[in-house]
Write a protein that binds this ligand. Structure first.
Ligand SMILES: [Mg+2]
Length: 409
């Protein structure tokens, strides 16, 4: 049989990402204790002692602390537990630094989640050596230059590469080539398979499927009739079949950008609601421009004083990243949707994003669009240089509303 030229895909996964990134950050600002080496967790709020554990150190694990349990219960297990609050901005920038290194090894790198990426290494052997050698180089560079460890899985498709990176941790490179599926993947519990949730795993158990191998060798017609399309998909995964390609699309872009706020008082006036929307549009659009995206869909979310939530959205004629344009749409959407009752919470979300360098200008508003764009660029520049409050819109002066609402990255 003729050998088909296979792809080489790597899956890079940061080991206990939130905790590692927090540890690296603390060492960088001069702390002497590495929180990875003592009982510590990321999550909740250390002052109020509320919330849940999002990530834990290995020493914390030894106390029986598990991800998802309450901080309160974790503290009962270990009184000296160090609790670090989540820091989303830090995670974003740490993930970005890793992406920069990965992009040196392939033109096709896909940021899959905040701490995971796929890298298409096909035809790259000539530059950086065979995949295993290259993966070790990448892993060691991340450790040396950024201070945290990753696992790298290597295979011929994304699902197998992802499964491989989940083998023993931390700081490891694993392969899971098609010839290794039987020995390395089939003995694992079926719940470990990508896309098999707890509920599906339980349903599989009922028909005698407990390992990935059991699923792989099960009659596909039975799987299809009982579990439909999802069943067929995971049966294919169990057999190592997956033909998704690595797209250079950033997951952050595909998800859209949104900010929202709970207002300190009930808003009953249309004008005030508009002002809050403008303050939110400012941050949403700054984030959009920061990641070089332009939005095609705008949606406004309203929560009233009885906590009833509703939203309204519209597709734009052409994609944009301009604050004025997005605010204008948000305002119209609000006016159309608002039922006139007191409002507690307002939000704007933009989606259907594309690269801001490639979006089309609509023919009619080109002049205005160029002027808005120049204005936005100047404002962004000033705010970056002199702080977010260095330039604010006059309508916010002497107003109870902050001129910028929502996070900036
Ligand atoms: Mg991870």
């Amino acid at each position: 049989m003729e050998e088909i030229k296979k792809q080489t895909i790597m899956h890079i996964d940061v080991n206990s990402a939130y905790l590692s990134w927090e540890a690296v950050f603390r060492l960088k600002i001069g702390e002497t204790v590495d929180i990875r080496e003592i009982p510590s967790v990321v999550g909740g709020n250390s002052a109020t002692r509320h919330g849940i554990v999002l990530a834990k150190s290995i020493p914390a694990k030894k106390y029986g602390i598990i991800t998802g349990e309450t901080i309160h219960s974790a503290l009962k297990k270990c009184r000296n537990l160090i609790i670090a609050p989540p820091n989303h901005d830090l995670y974003l920038s740490s993930g970005r630094s890793m992406m920069k290194i990965l992009e040196e090894y392939s033109p096709f790198v896909e940021r899959y989640s905040i701490d995971e990426a796929f890298l298409d290494y096909t035809h790259m052997d000539y530059h950086f050596g065979d995949p295993v050698t290259a993966a070790h180089k990448i892993k060691d560079r991340i450790k040396k230059e950024l201070g945290f460890t990753v696992n790298i899985g290597i295979s011929t498709n994304k699902v197998l590469a992802k499964m491989a990176s989940d083998f023993s941790k931390p700081d490891q490179v694993h392969t899971l080539y098609p010839g290794e599926i039987k020995s390395k993947m089939w003995p694992l519990p079926v719940g470990d398979l990508f896309m098999v949730g707890k509920a599906t795993a339980t349903d599989f158990q009922k028909i005698g499927i407990s390992t990935i191998g059991d699923l792989a060798n099960y009659d596909i017609d039975v799987i299809r009739s009982k579990f439909r399309r999802n069943g067929v998909m995971v049966w294919e995964f169990a057999n190592g079949i997956d033909d998704c390609v690595v797209s250079s699309e950033d997951y952050l872009k595909s998800k859209g950008v949104g900010n929202s706020t709970t207002i300190a008082f009930d808003v009953t006036e249309r004008k005030i609601a508009h002002k809050v929307l403008l303050a939110i549009a400012e941050t949403v659009c700054m984030r959009l421009r920061d990641q070089k995206s332009a939005a095609g869909v705008v949606s406004v979310e309203i929560k009233n004083k009885d906590f009833i939530k509703y939203s309204h959205q519209a597709k734009l004629c052409s994609n944009t990243d301009c604050t004025n344009e997005i605010f204008k749409t948000a305002k119209t959407l609000f006016d159309e949707a608002w039922k006139g009752e007191p409002i507690r919470h307002l939000g704007i979300r933009v989606s259907d994003l594309c690269d801001s360098n490639v979006y089309q200008k609509s023919l009619f508003d080109e002049k205005l669009h160029d002027r808005n764009k120049a204005l936005d660029n100047t404002i962004d520049h000033l705010r970056r240089r002199y702080g977010t409050n260095s330039i604010v819109r006059a309508c916010f002066i002497k107003s109870q509303i902050k001129p910028l609402i929502g996070r900036l990255n």
